[in-house]
Design a protein around this ligand. Structure first.
Ligand SMILES: [Ca+2]
Length: 236
C-alpha cells in the first residue's frame, strides 16, 4: 500500500493524486492526519483536539473507486471506519473521535474521475463541527457539541428539503446533512411557462416535427412530460 504520508494540524489540504486532473487507476493511497494543538482546559480537565474534514471537491467513479474515512491510527481497521464514500455525495463534514483520522483512496483498474480536495482542521473534541448555513436559509442554534441540535428555516418562497433539525451524535457526526432551501415551485412555473412559449414559437416558425407525428400531439406530449417531471421533482 502506498503511504501518502502523515499530515499534521492545525489545518491543511489533501488532494487526490494529479488533482485537478483525473486520478490514476489501481491507486492505493493512505493519509493519516494528526492533531497537534493542545486542547482547551475546561472544568473537566483538558479537552482533546480532534480532526474535522470538509469536502471542497469530491468526484470518484461511483461504486468502483472509494475513499474510506476512519478514526484513529489503525488504517483499514474495520471497527474504526466512519464513512466509505463514492460518487459525488459526501457528508457536509466528518469529525474524528480521537486525535487522528485516516483516509484510504482505492481505485479500480478502469475509468477515473476528478478526485477530491479535502480541507482539514483541528477542533475541540466532543463536537460535530460547524456544518454551515444553507443558502437562502438561516440556522437556529450555534452549539455544535454532543447532544446539541440545530434547526433550519428557509426564506419565503424557498422550500426546505432535507431534515429541518439535525443532532450532534456521540459519534461526533451530525445526524444528517444541512438541508437545502430550493425554489422548486418557481422553477416549475418558469420552466413550464418557457415551454408554453416554445410551443407558441414552434407554431410561428413552423418547426419540423418527426414524420408521422401530429404537431399538436407532439407539443402536448412534451408539455405533459414537462409537467410530470416537475411534479415528480416536487414529490421527491
Ligand atoms: Ca475507476
Amino acid at each position: 500500500m502506498y503511504n501518502s504520508g502523515t499530515r499534521f494540524g492545525p489545518s491543511g489540504t489533501i488532494v487526490s493524486p494529479n488533482f485537478p486532473v483525473q486520478y490514476d487507476n489501481g491507486a492505493q493511497c493512505v493519509w493519516t492526519i494528526q492533531a497537534v494543538q493542545p486542547g482547551k482546559v475546561s472544568g473537566w480537565g483538558r479537552q482533546m483536539t480532534v480532526i474535522q474534514i470538509n469536502f471542497e471537491e469530491f468526484d470518484l467513479e461511483r461504486g468502483f473507486d472509494t475513499l474510506t474515512v476512519g478514526d484513529g491510527p489503525n488504517v483499514g481497521d474495520p471497527g474504526s471506519i466512519l464513512h466509505v464514500l463514492t460518487g459525488t455525495s459526501t457528508p457536509d463534514l466528518v469529525v474524528s473521535i480521537s486525535e487522528q483520522m485516516w483516509l484510504h483512496l482505492q481505485t479500480d483498474e478502469s475509468t477515473g474521475s476528478l478526485g477530491f480536495k479535502i480541507i482539514y482542521k483541528e477542533i475541540s473534541s466532543e463536537s460535530c463541527g460547524d456544518p454551515g448555513v444553507p443558502s437562502h436559509g438561516r440556522r437556529i442554534g450555534r452549539n455544535f457539541s454532543h447532544g446539541a441540535s440545530l434547526t433550519f428555516e428557509c426564506q419565503d418562497a424557498f422550500e426546505l428539503s432535507g431534515d429541518q433539525s439535525i443532532t450532534c451524535q456521540k459519534s461526533s457526526q451530525w445526524s444528517a446533512n444541512v438541508p437545502q432551501c430550493t425554489c422548486e415551485f418557481v422553477f416549475m412555473l418558469l420552466s413550464c411557462a418557457c415551454f408554453v412559449v416554445l410551443a407558441k414559437w414552434s407554431r410561428v416558425f413552423k418547426f419540423s416535427f418527426p414524420s408521422g407525428v401530429k404537431k399538436k400531439r407532439y407539443i402536448d406530449t412534451l408539455y405533459l412530460s414537462c409537467l410530470m417531471t416537475h411534479a415528480m421533482e416536487l414529490y421527491i
